[in-house]
Design a protein around this ligand. Sequence first.
Ligand SMILES: Nc1ncnc2c1ncn2[C@@H]1O[C@H](COP(=O)(O)OP(=O)(O)OP(=O)(O)O)[C@@H](O)[C@H]1O
Ligand SMILES: [Mg+2]
Length: 416
Amino acid sequence: MRWLNSLAAKFAPLAFVVMACVAAAQFLSQHSPDRTHLDRYTNAVSMSLHDHAWAVFAVAASLWLVTFAGFFHDRHRSKNSSVKKEGWLMDALDRLTNRRVLEQKLAQEPEPQIIDAEKLADSLKSKVIGQDAVCEDMAAQIRRRLALRQRNKPVGVFILAGPPGTGKTYLAKCLAAELERRLLHFDMTQFSSGAHAATQLFGASKGYVGSNTYGKLTAALRDTPDAVVLLDEIEKAHPEIHKNFLTAWNDGFVTEASDGRQISTTRAIFVLTTNAATDDLQALSATYANDADELRRASTNALREAGFAPEVLNRIDRIFVFKSLSGLDIARVAALEIEAMIKSYGLDVADEGIDPDILLDMMRRQQRLGSGASSRDLVRAVEESLADTLIDAKQHGHSKVALLAAEGGVIARPER
Ligand SMILES: Nc1ncnc2c1ncn2[C@@H]1O[C@H](COP(=O)(O)OP(=O)(O)OP(=O)(O)O)[C@@H](O)[C@H]1O
Ligand SMILES: [Mg+2]
């Protein structure tokens, strides 16, 4: 129909001119006092068009009708377009091609990619302390999956399970940075109520509140289909939310509720973290250290007993079990966390600026508290006692601080 519209639009002005000529000729020939004189000028037009005036009118009216129909159709389309706010570039795609199909096809094209698994593992290991086996296994898994030419599922759906403060969330962040992919971080504790949470992630059906915008997950995957999607503390989300992810993992798409659009997940990497069944999983990974199949089966059972639905677990490609940190690794992580905390106040740690007694104390306390404690909690306690000193140090133009163990706590000594 589009060609008919544009043809009609082209000829509508011509039809208008012809109509005007007929009307003028008719008018002059009937109302002029000097009919002979005027007839000389208007006769040619009048004679040729007079007899066909109704036919000319009918053609002109049809042309206008088709032109106006096209105009209103275009207006209606652009009003209903889900991307009407994205400007003229997207409108041009809407007008000249089928933008949705174009975008869907683009998103569904998983380019095979060969990465250096050893290099990836090394850079992950250099950042995530004490989890070498997990880093190596993950790098190998990702290499294999990225190399696949045909894929109708995500690159990977991985669960990182283990005690708090052992680097699960941190590994997901490092992975995204190493692969140069955008990290979509969802704190799943915020999605503990079923229907409302689903709306936030996947959008609202037409007619419901919020149906004029996309869900957080669908919008983000539409814009960056190759993201690393971190579903942090997945066990805290409502079980219905877990099930909402099944099509994402099984069929390679999520559906945006507001307009029913399917958004591809075939280029994404899903990383789920959990503290569920920590002790059982750690015992299992020690028992079946040399039997990957049995470890997978037993770990899946442990997570099922902890409340994960079987259909969800069926779709998990790999369960990576994080070890509790031990020995000097506790001190390494604690030192790095202290450094990050000091940096957040705009200061640096002076060279050899953390008193070893502080770290020793943290190691002892963490060992005493067991796998339920993380060095993050201990650093938070240190921060509480230092916050004012750190703010003062920054205010007085210091750039570094040294931390010293003192009776009953820690003190900060500003340095230039
Ligand atoms: N293995 C590790 N290597 C390096 N840094 C770590 C490690 N574990 C923890 N950290 C530091 O501690 C911070 C908190 O760790 P992270 O959030 O990854 O813990 P988690 O395992 O996700 O814990 P939780 O189960 O409580 O969410 C990180 O930002 C990082 O600075
Ligand atoms: Mg975490």
